[in-house]
Design a protein around this ligand. Sequence first.
Ligand SMILES: O=C(O)CCC(=O)C(=O)O
Ligand SMILES: [Mn+2]
Length: 204
Amino acid sequence: MDTLFDTPGEWETIPALDADLRVLTGFYRKPESHTFMQRLLDETPWQQETITLWGKQHLQPRLSAWYGDPGSGYSYSGVVLAPHPWTETLRRIKTDVEAATDSRFNSVLLNLYRDENDSVGWHSDAEPELGSCPVIASLSLGEQRTFRLRHRTRKDLKPLLLDLTDGSLLLMAGKTQHCWQHAVMKERAARGPRINLTFRTIRQ
Ligand SMILES: O=C(O)CCC(=O)C(=O)O
Ligand SMILES: [Mn+2]
């Protein structure tokens, strides 16, 4: 019998001005999320990309890989990512995510946070290829990390902290990318690996 802990819950709406944020905890149950995590660790051609900021090259503090339909190339901060073709594992996850979010996606960015030292700095997913109000579905597997959001202009609003647990799905829509930035900071305490998959729609 399933334990209460393993029962997928309902979508929870995170109240925030100028944002549409929802979390589905337990979208994948432990055995499934563990299987997908292992497969993605093994199958993915992980790369540490360099980004150019203010003319200087930096290695990103995480590994990543880009998958998508042919032609859904994507560029940010000087990195141009040509997508790998969909794998069976990623097609299966994409189908599940599309069903849960009632949306369609043509690409996914995978990030591997190897340990507590890996991170992603403040940014929003607001590249022109994503359109003005992109719907982004973000699946977390493995170690729990804190996802931070801060409003771009309303400095009086407190930052939001979301604990993205193993198997949870976060949906960001509406004005979220326009009005808020997000980040996953380094942690002081030891952390195991975490994979995050952000499903997006690139407009040609
Ligand atoms: O790891 C996360 O939860 C966020 C990743 C992210 O913001 C991105 O890939 O654009
Ligand atoms: Mn992002």
